[in-house]
Design a protein around this ligand. Structure first.
Ligand code: HEM
Length: 492
């Protein structure tokens, strides 16, 4: 393994001594992002830990992470072959499968193009800037109505339950050309339990590294497998309907456009031609899966911060009143004119760091990083939480303060500061939904906050402790309340 054949003149990375057989697995049981941040202070930005008998490289520090994922991008772009990842999309996921060769590259490009065409490319037909704006505006409006309705009926509510359906509806519109009712049980059975996925797919799941654990009964693992099966079945039904109603003169959504690619293989030779058909259509799984959980989590954390810091909520609302007013809806094109809102979103990403690690990477060949030898097929954890709380990069990193991203006058976002926030990964595996995710978070939040004020029943404090996972959630809170800020006619 790792420790044995280190070429002459090179050192292996330092790291904590683990127990025989178990390695460092016991230390990692709770909050691995915090444990590994602490250990990195002692051992440095390039550190080797052991989970079971397997070596894992842990990267910290923005410069080191850039060096690996960007400058040495080819060497660090692989994905490890992990037990849990093999359950995702029958082991064929763009995101989680160990493929990082030509087929993966072509699939990634195809997914990126399809996503762009049906979200942020200028809309040829409608009056909105783009389809994404149209979908988000509609769902955010609906959400305002829904919140007010449950408020009336129940006097308080859990916003996550409704946010997740609205966000899922946006990506459903883009991928499948349809939306679901807030009570649709088939959709709720997936979107409402997405933690069943993130609990197992998170960095450092012991069963991925200690094979004997794969044979022991595990509740989280069987929930994870069931989740993946349900997820595939859900989408297979939709794809089947699309095939049955497909019309090449009316490409309705991403699913249609992927079907078109399969039927015609029309893209310029040497890209699509080499991708097997199933691996084209099932790209929609990756897009839908990545598209609803992350954005919902971002919005849900945003609401948690807004009720915890009512002054910050007020200041965003004042900015919205001054810049957009109360007569029309926010639009995507308003984004550059709302620096405080933008700073709030950046600070929510930084402070929550709800994707504490990227998805694990692996090395595609033997390499050297910061003078340390790293062999081929080495599993790599990238600690985004550490970067976002690094005292070398941030003043008082534990304090929630949107103003850290503004210039002294508060009139502009400091782009250099904003780019230090690491939540979408970097380099060849960087999130392909980054821009649509940022646009969605902006438009959902500004639409909600223009019209609604949020608070917690009885002035209680919400529990902000993150629960570790691929994306970290907070405990659900049933005590949210909301009221209209001003009487509304329908907005333009
Ligand atoms: C990958 C974050 C939204 C599609 C990733 C990764 C992160 C991430 C950290 C892994 C990067 C790595 O392994 O180095 C986020 C966050 C989001 C978000 C924080 C929302 C706030 C989205 C959306 C989509 C999407 C809306 C698509 C509709 C993907 C895909 C990958 C990915 C397909 C896998 C890329 C690959 O393995 O090559 N995202 N994401 N994400 N994301 Fe996102």
């Amino acid at each position: 393994s790792f420790r044995q054949h280190v070429p002459k003149g090179l050192k292996r990375p330092p790291g904590p001594r683990g127990y025989p057989i178990l390695g460092n697995v016991l230390e990692l049981r709770k909050d691995p992002h915090l444990v590994l941040t602490k250990l990195s202070q002692k051992y440095g930005d390039v550190m080797e830990i052991k989970i079971g008998t397997r070596s894992v490289l842990v990267l910290s520090g923005l410069d080191t992470i850039k060096q690996a994922l960007v400058k040495q991008g080819e060497e660090f772009m692989g994905r490890p072959d992990l037990h849990s990842f093999r359950q995702v999309t029958d082991g064929q996921s763009l995101t989680f499968s160990p493929d990082s060769g030509e087929v993966w590259k072509a699939r990634r490009k195809l997914a990126q193009n399809a996503l762009k065409t049906f979200s942020i490319a200028p809309s040829p037909t409608s009056s909105s800037t783009c389809l994404l704006e149209e979908h988000v505006s509609k769902e955010a409006d609906y959400l305002v109505t829904k919140f007010l309705q449950v408020m009336e009926e129940e006097k308080s509510f859990d916003p996550y339950r409704y946010l997740v359906v609205s966000v899922a509806n946006v990506i459903c519109a883009v991928c499948f050309g349809r939306r679901y009712d807030h009570n649709n049980q088939e959709l709720l059975n997936i979107v409402n339990v997405s933690h069943q996925f993130g609990d197992v797919a998170a960095s450092g799941n012991p069963a991925d590294f200690i094979p004997v654990l794969q044979y022991l009964p595990s509740r989280t693992m069987s929930l994870f497998k069931d989740f993946n099966k349900r997820f595939i079945r859900f989408q297979q039904n939709i794809v089947k309907e699309h095939y049955e109603t497909f019309d090449k003169n009316n490409i309705r959504d991403i699913t249609d456009s992927l079907i078109e690619q399969c039927l015609e293989k029309k893209m310029e030779a040497n890209t699509v031609t080499q991708i097997p058909k199933e691996k084209i259509i099932n790209l929609v799984n990756d897009l839908f899966g990545a598209g609803f959980d992350t954005v919902t989590t971002a919005l849900s954390w945003s609401l948690m911060y807004l009720v915890t810091y009512p002054d910050i909520q007020k200041r965003i609302q004042e900015e919205l009143d001054q810049t957009i007013g109360r007569e029309r809806r926010p639009r995507l094109s308003d984004r550059g004119t709302l620096p405080y809102t933008e700073a709030f979103i950046l600070e929510m990403f930084r402070h929550s760091s709800f994707m504490p690690f990227t998805i694990p990477h692996s090395t595609t060949r033997d390499t050297v990083l910061n003078g340390y030898y790293v062999p081929k097929d080495c599993c790599v954890f990238v600690n985004q939480w550490q970067v976002n709380h690094d005292e070398k990069l941030w003043k008082d990193p534990l304090v929630f303060n949107p103003e850290r991203f503004l210039n002294a006058e508060g009139t502009e976002v400091n782009r250099v500061e904003g780019e230090k926030v690491l939540i979408f990964g970097l380099g060849k595996r960087k999130c392909i939904g980054e821009s649509i995710a940022r646009w969605q978070v902006f438009l959902f939040l500004s639409t909600l906050l223009q019209r609604l004020e949020f608070s917690v029943r009885g002035g209680k404090k919400v529990d902000m402790t993150p629960l570790y996972g691929l994306s970290m959630k907070h405990k659900r809170c049933e005590d949210f309340q909301t009221k209209l800020r001003f009487p509304t006619k329908s907005l333009n």
